[in-house]
Design a protein around this ligand. Structure first.
Ligand SMILES: *Cc1c(COP(=O)(O)O)cnc(C)c1O
Length: 230
């Protein structure tokens, strides 16, 4: 548990350094601690070290932890693939969903979001490598999806998310371009807080921040046993 605090400190330092090198402010980049497979005690330790945003991949596993840690002021992000039959539970218990890649899921999340909660923050996951096997909306289909999703009443469309193939650091700059193109061609986005680029993990956080990431999703470097390179 002591390790978690140290690892968190090192990751935050890495974010600060990457920001410094590119003239960005460290508070432009939110650190999402990816806690999949980690016990609630590990999440509690990260909280005690100042961490507030946590990312989970599997809905059932996450719901158990959200319940176990209900006494803490945490912000929960679903970053894993979402099946539509789980949408109602997700819209009730999470603050963000990063993996929205089709209209049906977005519609279910909006329809089931409880009326006493603010709109659910969502990112649209983009299949940046155009691989058939992976989740994510194809780049060519993105404008149509965005136009439909911005109309849904109980969602706040916050930005875009990618999981590029290892080594494809070009993808980060591409996502920055895609966001700008959407802003230029879809007038409805102008009035929204469409400001999030969820990209960068333990191995490629640095490159993602240099390209313009506003939210890095870091698991192993915080919770894993592998030591963090400075
Ligand atoms: C597991 C996971 C991460 C974190 O990966 P690490 O390499 O452990 O930092 C980030 N994003 C998604 C979508 C993940 O599934």
């Amino acid at each position: 548990m002591q390790d978690i605090a140290h690892h968190l400190q090192a990751v935050r330092q890495g974010i600060n350094q990457a920001c410094c090198r590119t003239g960005r402010k460290p508070d432009e980049v939110c650190l999402l601690a990816v806690s999949k497979t980690q016990a609630p005690e590990a999440i509690r330790a990260a909280h005690d070290a100042g961490q507030r945003d946590f990312g989970e991949n599997y809905v059932q596993e996450a719901l158990a932890k959200i319940a176990a840690l209900a006494d803490l002021p945490l912000t929960w992000h679903l970053i894993g693939h979402l099946q539509s039959n789980k949408a109602a539970e997700v819209s009730r218990h999470f603050h963000w969903v990063h993996s929205v890649d089709r209209l049906k899921i977005a519609e279910r999340l909006s329809a089931t979001r409880p009326a006493d909660l603010p709109p659910l923050n969502i990112c649209l996951q983009v299949n940046i490598d155009d691989e058939h096997s992976k989740s994510g909306c194809r780049v060519a289909d993105l404008p149509t999806l965005v136009r439909a999703v911005v109309r849904l009443p109980n969602l706040a469309v916050r930005g875009l998310m990618i999981i590029p193939q290892p080594g494809n650091e070009q993808a980060f700059a591409e996502l920055v371009q895609i966001r700008q193109q959407l802003l230029q061609t879809i007038p409805e986005l102008a009035g929204l807080q469409f400001d999030t680029l969820s990209m960068g993990m333990s191995a490629d956080m640095d490159a993602a921040i240099r390209a313009g990431s506003t939210m890095v999703r870091v698991g192993t470097a915080i919770f894993g046993s592998r030591s963090v390179s400075q």
